[in-house]
Design a protein around this ligand. Structure first.
Ligand SMILES: Cc1cc2nc3c(=O)[nH]c(=O)nc-3n(C[C@H](O)[C@H](O)[C@H](O)COP(=O)(O)O)c2cc1C
Ligand code: SF4
Length: 473
């Protein structure tokens, strides 16, 4: 497999020829007009079809308040030109749920700072685009579960729902490690309800009850072997969602609710002899991948479709589709040519991963058209992001095109596309993965290669040295 760099596919014909030669199917539009159309959601007009995906920066204070780096990032989200801000970044609903000791934390002490953060995003948007009545801003609520790391970046303090034979082994969880009890889960539901009320008071239009990327909400969906009312049957595995949503609706009916879902999952991957990713060996049947077909590397959308119908029955309209987890199979979620320092080389052309996400989202949209779908994983498309995105909108494969990494390297990307400007080549995200590598090394996240501000930070030197050391082995 010879992967062509995206920057080498200079014309639309070359790009499409490469797709054909490699049997990769992606939508593609003649122009980007479809992105510039408004969308109606429950009587509100959202100004265009770009969405900014949530991205944390490992850069809050130790008590969970935003710092200048966080404010700069959120201000860039406002400046982007996208009219849907999906979540900003993951905000832990309580201290033991933080994925790192510098994650945003939502509680009575931090809420004023979080309200100011949202306001900064909104006023930056107003300064650049003159209006905000067509802007929708949500906050992502999370508990990091198995990947919680609330005190020391080098020490995980997992909160697990069941013993996963492969992930326990991969991340060193002993067999007698305690599993969260049903009572503890009921208390966690209350924390989400409290957090949603705070988010409403801070001015957010909606909260995302995160169900993706291997964190706690996502782990419920694969708890097929957990006994009791939160495991086993589909009904039980979605009880946490139902109780949380019903509780929020009872206490704060004014706030909107969305769900970011890993709609399919694979086995954990590891580095193979040739440096490329390969699935870890399993004993055949693999039931722990929500949206998987049992093989560990195939998709079956039957349960994800049931899940989406459940959202509808709970009165939820907004869903954002992603996949897998950055901790154990990053290539299916964040396709990249250059992996983070602790990951494997791409096991497939990253365009295959991009196409997999786009086509799964399209299949789900087709199955449950009443929902509003935000797609993910478009940054790898680089120069061709907007034409593929417009193709997806034009075909009805998604309602919004979400992107993450591209906004870190190129904050005004959406505005440039929508205004028909030539793209600034030197700002296009080339998927160098330093925004993932840096936090893996205990540093703040950001686009170190392309954002000058980050080149000037002391973390830049640490990142360069640590990467060199990691290469030497
Ligand atoms: C630095 C970084 C931080 C991220 N943080 C979050 C997060 O807080 N919540 C979340 O749901 N996804 C998070 N993601 C995943 C992104 O939202 C997105 O799904 C992913 O980057 C793929 O989209 P892209 O190809 O446009 O980058 C993060 C990704 C990156 C690179
Ligand atoms: S560090 Fe910058 S160029 Fe690299 S993946 Fe992240 S946003 Fe893209």
């Amino acid at each position: 497999m010879k992967i062509r760099r995206m920057a080498s596919l200079k014309t639309a014909d070359e790009f499409q020829k490469y797709l054909r030669e490699n049997n990769i199917i992606l939508p593609f539009a003649e122009n980007t007009a479809a992105l510039n159309t408004p969308y109606q959601l429950d009587g509100k007009t959202i100004g265009n079809r770009f969405a900014i995906l949530p991205m944390e920066g490992w850069d809050c204070t130790s008590d969970g308040r935003p710092t200048d780096l966080v404010r700069r990032r959120w201000s860039n989200f406002g400046r982007s030109g996208a009219k849907l801000i999906w979540g900003g970044e993951a905000a832990a609903v309580r201290p033991d749920g933080r994925a790192n000791p510098h994650q945003l934390l939502i509680n009575a002490d931090t809420i004023k700072d979080i309200a100011d953060l949202r306001q900064l995003l909104v006023s930056t948007h107003a300064e650049h685009y003159g209006r905000t009545d067509d802007l929708l801003v949500g906050l992502q609520l999370t508990h990091s579960g198995r990947f919680a790391c609330p005190h020391d970046i080098k020490k995980r303090e997992p909160v697990i729902l069941y013993h996963h034979p492969l992930l326990d082994k991969k991340f060193g969880i002993p067999v007698d490690y305690p599993v969260m009890t049903d009572d503890e889960i009921s208390r966690l539901v209350q924390d989400y309800i409290r957090a949603a009320e705070l988010a409403y008071r801070a001015g957010f239009d909606f909260v995302d009850i995160k169900h993706c990327h291997g964190y706690l909400g996502h782990e419920f969906l694969s708890a097929v072997e957990r006994p009791g009312k939160y495991g086993g049957s589909f009904e039980n595995r979605t009880r946490f969602l139902s109780e949380t949503v019903q509780g929020i609706k009872a206490k704060t009916p004014e706030i909107g609710i969305g769900v970011r879902l890993s709609a399919f999952d694979f086995l954990p991957f590891q580095t193979g002899a040739d440096g490329k990713g390969e699935p870890v060996k399993s004993d055949g049947y693999y039931p722990y991948a929500f949206g998987g077909d049992g093989t560990g590397t195939g998709i079956d959308l039957t349960e994800p479709i049931l899940f989406l119908k459940k959202l509808l029955s709970l009165g939820i309209k907004l869903v954002c589709i992603t996949a897998g987890s950055p901790y154990y199979n990053p290539h299916i979620q964040r396709p990249a040519l250059f992996p983070p320092v602790d990951a494997y080389q791409p096991p497939e052309d990253p365009l295959v991963g991009t196409a997999r996400l786009i086509s799964a989202t399209a299949a789900l949209k087709k199955a449950v058209p009443e929902l509003t779908f935000v797609g993910s994983g478009y940054s790898y498309l680089q120069e061709w992001l907007s034409r593929v995105a417009a193709g997806a909108i034009g075909h009805g494969d998604a309602d919004f095109i979400g992107y993450g990494r591209m906004v870190l390297s190129y904050p005004e990307f959406a505005a440039d596309v929508l205004n028909g400007k030539n793209l600034k080549k030197n700002k296009i995200c080339r998927t160098f993965s330093d925004c993932t590598t840096a936090p893996r090394l205990g540093l703040v996240s950001g686009c170190f290669p392309l954002d000058e501000y980050y080149c000037g930070l002391p973390d830049y030197e640490c990142l360069t040295c640590s990467k060199q050391q990691a290469k030497k082995g």
